[in-house]
Design a protein around this ligand. Structure first.
Ligand code: ADP
Ligand code: MG
Length: 362
């Protein structure tokens, strides 16, 4: 991939995600270089693990990929769109349309049923309520939860909750789904079943990046990017035309079932739409990255599909160090019509918010 031109797949489609020379330096004394020149491309239809130890820069990378943090330098394109050229509002709209988020902590609205939680992922897609519910029901069916449609999260197991969250991330057919330690709160058998689900969804066309500190889990995916000290130290990408790397010790048969670069339509089979539940009800200061376009105080990335006030404990949105990426906890609703509803306004001073609540549980 070059810095200038967008690589295209056989269909002439831009990659789902491109990073080139991305750096992120946190200000302070001394400044912390969290990303030091990260370049990679994810094509539509890929399933990629980003793996690395604590402190290696994974969360920062997720924030940059998810447009929750602007890089200090370098290029980021989502579905062919150069994020640097967008103002905060446009960025929030891009995020709402193109990115689905799955978090370690699920972030479901406890008082809403499974189908309502998923339907909320379409609130700002301009889809009327009946259609939202229909698509949500389809998405729940796809994650194997048709029989739990009217259950509340409190009546569901951890694995079921994460399936609901995955359905919510996919219901809007985003170009890419970013999953941050999606198995981190689950026992190993349940975690394995969630990984299997991600693989199935990928085989059906969804483009997914899973961040994990678990090398064994990562090894079950065809492509793994290893991160250390803010750099990609290896990429087992075997699908690029340039084929620069043999899958290092990975079990290719454990791969996604979709050849990298196969051009499988992202999110096919997933109900169309997009969605940013309007943010509100989540207290200020919970960690929205400045420049994210997410109203401060909303606690969750706009476009994350996570409904505001979704059972995230009041007061902090996300407990510091709980593992929530800053800006998670409940979705901001900017970029969507009327969606800037999170109270607080100024709770996230630049540089303080995004990572204030960080540190996934590892
Ligand atoms: P990981 O998710 O792999 O554990 P992070 O992306 O959270 O890594 O952190 C990468 C590096 O950046 C670490 O050295 C961390 O201390 C530092 N860092 C993360 N957030 C901030 C911040 N807001 N301010 C300063 N340094 C930060
Ligand atoms: Mg982290």
């Amino acid at each position: 991939m070059s810095l200038m031109g967008t690589t295209r797949d056989q269909d002439g489609r831009a990659p789902a995600l491109e990073l080139a020379g991305v750096t992120k330096i946190y200000g302070g004394q001394p400044p912390v270089p969290a990303l030091r020149g990260v370049s990679f491309t994810v094509r539509h239809g890929e399933l990629v693990a980003i793996v690395g130890p604590s402190g290696s820069g994974k969360t920062t990378l997720l924030h940059v990929m998810g447009t929750l943090e602007r890089p200090t330098d370098g290029l980021l394109r989502i579905d062919g769109v150069d994020a640097a050229g967008l103002d905060d509002r446009q960025l929030a709209a891009l995020r709402a349309r193109s990115i689905g988020f799955v978090f370690q902590q699920f972030f479901l609205a406890e008082h809403s049923t499974a189908v309502e939680n998923v339907a909320n992922g379409l609130l700002y897609a301009g889809v009327e309520v009946g259609e939202r519910r229909r698509r949500a029901a389809d998405a729940l069916d796809r994650v194997g939860l048709a029989h739990r449609r009217d259950f509340r999260p409190t009546k569901m197991s951890g694995g079921e909750r994460q399936r609901v969250a995955i359905a919510r991330a996919l219901v809007g057919r985003p170009a890419i789904v970013l999953a941050d330690e999606p198995t981190g709160n689950l026992d190993s058998a349940t975690g394995a079943s969630i990984l299997d689900l991600l693989r199935e969804l990928n085989a059906e066309g969804a483009t997914i990046i899973m961040i994990t500190h678990d090398g064994d889990l990562a090894a079950r995916l065809l492509r793994q990017l290893h991160v250390l000290d803010g750099r990609i130290i290896s990429d087992t990408d075997s699908g690029s035309p340039a084929d620069s790397g043999a899958p290092a010790g990975s079990d290719a048969s454990g791969g996604s079932g979709v050849p990298a670069g196969s051009g499988a339509p992202a999110g096919s089979g997933v109900p169309a739409g997009s969605g940013v539940p309007a943010g509100s009800g989540v207290p200020a200061g919970s960690g929205v990255p400045a420049g994210s376009g997410v109203p401060a105080g909303s606690g969750v990335p706009a476009g994350s599909g996570v409904p505001a006030g979704s059972g995230v404990p009041g007061g902090s949105g996300v407990p510091a160090g709980s593992g929530a990426p800053g800006g998670s906890g409940a979705p901001g609703g900017s970029g969507a019509p009327g969606g800037s509803g999170a109270p607080g306004g100024s709770g996230a001073p630049r540089g303080s918010g995004a990572l204030g609540g960080l540190g996934e549980v590892e």
